[in-house]
Structure formats: structure tokens, C-alpha cells
Design a protein around this ligand. Structure first.
Ligand SMILES: Nc1ncnc2c1ncn2[C@@H]1O[C@H](COP(=O)(O)OP(=O)(O)OP(=O)(O)O)[C@@H](O)[C@H]1O
Ligand SMILES: [Mg+2]
Length: 346
């Protein structure tokens, strides 16, 4: 008896500088740090028992690995073989996390930053061509907006690690003047926080990674609702430190530029659509978790009438979920009309 052909495995992949997410139509949902580590020398090779390590584990073993962030600018860092090789390993890794079965056809929609150039997208498609049976590259804010059904008269603010992307949604893929990229995002906050703690508490041992963890646990802007008391090491000994002021100051460094760009971006909407757009402002990306950010942006936009800023329901996975939703809703023959597509060379 002839068995019916299995339907393809569909993937939504969000490629970020710091984290890559994958979701599948069969229920997979995973997050990986966008890092590939290669052993520095023969000792590393012995310790690792493998040629490379991907994700958080690579960061934990930094001491004997050369660390690569293949998507540093959200897509391929530069046109070198090493970046392309690391990107390929990372993408293969996230495909594997979706548990493809032998004989599966795999179709993937990949979200890349709005600012990715045609060149970057083509480079990425060259890689996915070798890994997927069909792939489409689509702009990231469009994916997040697609997930929450806000493709028209809405503004997406995606606060990632390397950049904050602010994008006006006007019913189609945003064009150049409908989006802005600000280089202040999560990494910048970490750096400011690390330096503030070093300056104010020189005896506390602080690293960039520790500052990031403190921000992720306690990050807030505006008036504090509780004190941020953190366990730290002081000259090797355990202790506690009140970092309320430092966390607030560091997190607030991203607000003024977001507001400035919001104010100039609102002008790209027709005047009769501006009220709607101002009531549909969404925060996404890891930075959307910072408490009080929605309220503070609203307050600073008060002269614009009614302004509503909300976080999307699942800021970490919103882009990836939108990519999967598109893969599931759009029949493959239409993919070419929405994004750039590649298929394996026969
Ligand atoms: N709970 C949290 N509170 C504050 N910041 C957080 C939280 N969780 C994650 N972040 C920060 O969000 C950033 C990562 O977000 P995201 O995964 O959206 O970035 P990315 O897509 O990899 O980066 P980019 O968009 O710049 O390419 C990091 O700076 C991380 O520290
Ligand atoms: Mg991102």
C-alpha cells in the first residue's frame, strides 16, 4: 500500500545577534544563544571531544574556546568564510532542535533584522539553500507584527541585544524611511550598568555577564517599586549590594532615543491614521521585559494625545512565532511574493 506523503516540517526561525529562536508546526520551541565556540588548541580539543560547541555551553567554556557570534549585526557579520561557517552550524543546530525525521521535507521562514541589506539576505539564503528544502527570508519587525495581527497603523519597537529597531507598519513590508535602527539596546545597558557598579562600588567584583544577569532579573525604569538587593562577591567574599539606582539609570539610557525616533516616525503615517498608530505601539524583543518601559514611553509622548504602548504577549518568541505563522498560513507557491526565497540546486 502506498503511504500518503508526510506534510513538510515547517519552521519559524528568528536570527538575532544574541539569541536565535526556532518554532515548528509540530510543537518545537527552543532558544539558543547565537554563539559558536571552537577549541583554541589541542587541550581544548581533548576537553571538548568535538569540533565545536553551540550556544550557552560555549559561553560557559570560554576559557578554552575561540568564541564567534556569527550574526553579530543580526545577519552575517561580514563576508568571510568563518562567519558563514559558524552561521551554518548555528542554523543546522536549531533545525536539529526541531527534531526533523528522516525523509522530512523542511520549509523554513527566517526573520532577519529590518536593516539587513540585500547582500546579507542573499548570503543567508546561500546557507539555507544547503540546509532546507525551501526557505524564505523576511524582515523581523514584519514577522512580529504578523504574529499579533498588527500589520497596519501600528509601530513595533524591537529592543534586542545590539540594536533597537523601530518600525512603522503601514500594511506592507516596511521601506527604508519607515524604520529606524538605534545602536542602544540590551548590550549598551549591560555596559552602562557594569561601569556604574564598578565606579560606585569598586570593591564589588563585576563582569559584563553578571551585569546582564542583574539587568535581566531586576531591570526597570521609572520610580522603583522595590529595592534591588543583589548577592555579589566583595574581594572574594559573599555580600549584598543595593543596586536600585544603578539598574534604573542603566535601563533608562535607552528611553530618550526611542521616544525621539517615535516622534519622527509617527509623521510617516497619513494624518488621519496617526491617532490609530499612536494607540498601537508594541514593545518586543528581550528588552521588552524591562519593567515600566511602556509607561515611561507613554508619559514622554503625552503631548501627542492618547498614546498606548504595550508589550507583545511573548516578547522573546514573537518574531519566531510570526515566522512560523507565516510558514503555516502562506502556501509555498506564494512565498516568493512576500520575501526572498531559495531552494536547493538540483
Ligand atoms: N528579563 C529581561 N529583562 C531585560 N532584558 C532582557 C531580559 N531578557 C532578555 N533581555 C535582554 O534582551 C536582549 C536579547 O534580546 P533579543 O533576543 O530580542 O535580541 P537579539 O534578537 O538576539 O538581538 P538583535 O535584535 O540586536 O539582533 C539581551 O540584551 C538580553 O539581556
Ligand atoms: Mg532581534
Amino acid at each position: 500500500m502506498k503511504t500518503a506523503e508526510r506534510s513538510p516540517l515547517l519552521l519559524g526561525i528568528d536570527l538575532g545577534t544574541s539569541r536565535t529562536m526556532v518554532l515548528s508546526n509540530r510543537g518545537a520551541r527552543a532558544m539558543v544563544r547565537s554563539v559558536v565556540g571552537y577549541p583554541k588548541d589541542i587541550i581544548g580539543v581533548k576537553l571538548m571531544h568535538q569540533a565545536h560547541i553551540i550556544g550557552e555551553e560555549a559561553l560557559k567554556r570560554q576559557s578554552y574556546l575561540n568564541i564567534h557570534y556569527p550574526l553579530e549585526d543580526g545577519v552575517l557579520k561580514e563576508a568571510n568564510d568563518q562567519a558563514a561557517e559558524s552561521a551554518k552550524l548555528l542554523i543546522q543546530h536549531v533545525i536539529n532542535l526541531a527534531d526533523p525525521q528522516p525523509g522530512d521535507r523542511i520549509y523554513g521562514v527566517l526573520g532577519v533584522p529590518a536593516r539587513a541589506s540585500m547582500f546579507n539576505k542573499n548570503q543567508l539564503l546561500k546557507i539555507t539553500q544547503e540546509l532546507l528544502d525551501l526557505s524564505m527570508v523576511v524582515s523581523e519587525p514584519f514577522m512580529a507584527a504578523y504574529e499579533i495581527d498588527q500589520l497596519n497603523n501600528a509601530i513595533m519597537i524591537d529592543i534586542g541585544a545590539g540594536t533597537t529597531d523601530i518600525c512603522a507598519m503601514k500594511g506592507s513590508i516596511p521601506s527604508g524611511d519607515e524604520q529606524v535602527t538605534v545602536l542602544k539596546a540590551g548590550n549598551y545597558i549591560d555596559l552602562v550598568l557594569e561601569n556604574l557598579i564598578r565606579d560606585n562600588y569598586p570593591e564589588v567584583q563585576m563582569t559584563n555577564n553578571l551585569a546582564r544577569k542583574i539587568k535581566e532579573q531586576y531591570g526597570f525604569v521609572g520610580a522603583p517599586t522595590e529595592e534591588v538587593i543583589v548577592n555579589v562577591r566583595i574581594a572574594g567574599k559573599p555580600g549584598t549590594c543595593n543596586l536600585t539606582r544603578e539598574v534604573r539609570t542603566a535601563c533608562e539610557t535607552v528611553v530618550s532615543e526611542i521616544v525621539e525616533h517615535l516622534q519622527s516616525l509617527i509623521k510617516v503615517f497619513d494624518p488621519e491614521d496617526q491617532e490609530d498608530a499612536l494607540r498601537n505601539i508594541y514593545l518586543t524583543g528581550g528588552g521588552a521585559h524591562i519593567r515600566g518601559l511602556d509607561k515611561m514611553i507613554c508619559q514622554q509622548m503625552h503631548q501627542y494625545g492618547e498614546v498606548l504602548v504595550r508589550s507583545v504577549p511573548d516578547p522573546d518568541f514573537c518574531g519566531g512565532a510570526g515566522a512560523l505563522k507565516l510558514a503555516m498560513e502562506l502556501p509555498p507557491q506564494y512565498w516568493e511574493q512576500v520575501g526572498q526565497v531559495s531552494r536547493p540546486v538540483k
